[in-house]
Design a protein around this ligand. Structure first.
Ligand code: PKZ
Ligand code: UBL
Length: 304
């Protein structure tokens, strides 16, 4: 009896996938969340066996478990600028944040001994939350600046003591408007306090295949094999000397002279944002030149 119901239901899914883009959107999103939850369930014992608990080394396991998920969603990555990540010691990575799908791009290039700063709510996300904790993710309470600041100050120390790299989304929230939100300052304080380089990474706009409001999660590729998901990652390493010279070039106040004065990093986010925008634009132009049919209109806008 149950079989009689199951068969048409199973047939209904491909039919809806074929006919309704909204269904495809929800199906892919649900699949993504459910599958990540299952992968996390698998990752938990592996992490505990490997490290006995919370440890940034667990990110290797998480990374290798997550990397194939893109194939199920029909996504593909193109990465440029790898060489800038091949740098010794700790650094802060900053990148734009469009969606929870960023996790896939992040895991694609995640360097060893690198973990993230995340909102504290994520730790309650079931098995995914537990895995985040096991992977050494630093959780902050965005509603309590003083708490978040002290957690990040501790993180600066841990970075140096344990040679850890930290990935921060300086916009502080997801943003799919095609531009960059004004940066929060924590990532730059972190870099100055730990005296480590900042490496900006730019994910090109997802708008040619993923639109949350319009409920679109397309394959977008006429070949029908998989969607053409071009995430161009522009990785540009900027040492403090570079940041400071940029500050000068933009005629922003004199740069701090040492790490204590360097605590005052209010001004750093401005040139770094420009770097992100300029690099993203450069890459989007490149994308458009190679694939003129693709939209580059969601380029990070330069009017900021
Ligand atoms: C198999 C497995 C499957 C499962 C798979 C697992 C997936 C595993 C991947 C997960 C991936 C996660 C991805 C998460 C993604 C997010 O959760 S994004 C949301 C969380 N991230 C962030 O919020 C970014 C970091 N936030 C910041 O840095 C913010 O600055 C803070 C610290 C929260 C404070 O924010 P705010 O108060 O709103 O604003 P802000 O203007 O920045 O700061 C206020 C003042 O504090 C000062 N300040 C800020 N920070 C500091 C500081 N550290 N020291 C001194 N002063 C500071 C500022 O300078 C400013 O003062 P003024 O200069 O204006 O005088
Ligand atoms: C008890 C169950 C709760 C279920 C919660 C669903 C958990 C999601 C599960 C699988 C997705 C895997 C990737 C998770 C990483 C999500 C990172 C993320 O995107 O966090 C949001 C944060 O950047 C900013 O949040 P807001 O834009 O300010 O809001």
């Amino acid at each position: 009896m149950e079989v009689l119901w199951t068969v048409p239901l199973l047939l209904l899914i491909p039919l809806l996938m074929w006919t309704s883009s909204t269904f495809v959107f929800y199906f892919k999103k649900c699949f993504y969340v459910a599958y990540m939850m299952c992968l996390a369930l698998l990752a938990i014992p592996l992490c505990v066996l490997k490290s006995g608990g919370r440890d940034v080394e667990n990110m290797r396991i998480i990374r290798s478990l997550v990397r194939h998920v893109k194939y199920f969603l029909g996504l593909r990555f193109e990465v440029s600028g790898w060489e800038h990540l091949q740098t010794e010691g700790p650094y802060v990575i900053i990148s734009n944040h469009q969606s929870s799908l960023d996790v896939l791009g992040l895991m694609e290039i995640l360097p060893d001994r690198c973990t993230m700063i995340a909102k504290k709510e994520l730790v309650y996300a079931g098995t995914v939350g537990l895995v985040c904790w096991l992977g050494g993710i630093v959780f902050i309470n965005r509603k309590k600046t003083s708490d978040a600041k002290s957690v990040m100050t501790d993180a600066a120390k841990t970075m140096l003591d344990e040679q850890i790299r930290l990935w921060v989304f300086p916009e502080g929230t997801r943003n799919q408007r095609g531009d960059l939100l004004p940066f929060k300052k924590g990532a730059f304080h972190l870099a100055v306090q730990a005296q480590v380089p900042v490496i900006p990474i730019v994910f090109s706009s997802y708008s040619n295949f993923y639109l949350r409001k319009e409920k679109q999660f397309n394959s977008g590729n006429s070949s029908g094999l998989c969607s053409c998901f071009n995430v161009f990652l522009c990785v540009r390493r900027s040492s403090h000397a570079e940041v400071l010279s940029l500050l000068r070039r933009h005629q922003i106040e004199d740069p701090p002279k040492d790490r204590h004065e360097g605590d005052d990093v209010r001004r750093h986010h401005i040139p770094l944002r420009q770097i992100l925008q300029r690099d993203a634009l450069g890459l989007l132009e490149h994308l458009q030149l190679r694939n003129p049919e693709q939209r580059a209109d969601a380029a990070l806008n330069t009017n900021h």
